[in-house]
Design a protein around this ligand. Structure first.
Ligand code: GDP
Ligand code: MG
Length: 180
């Protein structure tokens, strides 16, 4: 009998305040959604175990404690990340515009060995709002942004309705595993 391989993958989730980062993680790990989250106090990350093919994977998903407002997350947050998840709100154009800053900030702080191939994943969240009629960032524009940055995988989600959340995180895990 072969012993399955184990991997610990550090996933960091960044993007503007209010886009739903904490909600996505809570939906994925705890299957819960709340209208209000207090600024995260205490744990820096949550973990989730999953099996991918013959590998046991522990995802260590790092959340911010609200410091993203000041763009000051500190080196420890970024250090050793295996995948960087960028999140925006499809109903808030500004949160899409700032992705570029987050992308740059990550590369600067985490300083990965090969910035060209480091795995990013983009999530457009809150697609449930008003049945999509208040959205201001079309899927096509988001996909173009991803294409121009080395084909970053893109997912649209609703943390509220638990739409596409498991699937996005599974792909995040696979993307990180490939890079590891
Ligand atoms: P963070 O600052 O990026 O961590 O964002 P939060 O997870 O704290 O979410 C900010 C607000 O948006 C909260 O009131 C959430 O309940 C709400 N929210 C998060 N995700 C969704 C979603 O998919 N749909 C809707 N309608 N609201 C959401
Ligand atoms: Mg949060």
């Amino acid at each position: 009998m072969s012993i399955p391989k184990r991997s610990l993958l550090k996933i960091i989730v960044i993007g503007d305040s209010g886009v739903g980062k904490t909600s996505l993680m809570n939906q994925y790990v705890h299957k819960k959604f709340r209208q209000q989250y207090k600024a995260t106090i205490g744990a820096d990350f949550v973990t989730k175990e999953l099996q991918i093919d013959d590998k046991l994977v522990t995802l260590q998903i790092w959340d911010t404690a609200g410091q993203e407002r000041f763009h000051s997350l500190g080196a420890a947050f970024y250090r050793g990340a295996d995948c960087c998840v960028l999140v925006f709100d499809v109903n808030v154009f500004r949160s899409f515009e700032t992705l570029q800053n987050w992308h740059e900030e990550f590369l600067k702080q985490a300083d990965p060995t090969d910035p060209e191939t480091f795995p990013f994943v983009l999530i457009g969240n809150k697609v449930d709002i008003d049945g999509g009629s208040s959205r201001v960032v079309p899927e096509k524009i988001a996909r173009e942004w991803c294409a121009s940055r080395g084909n970053i995988p893109y997912f649209e989600t609703s943390a509220k309705e638990d739409y596409n959340v498991d699937y996005a995180f599974l792909c995040i895990a696979k993307t990180a595993l490939e890079y590891e």
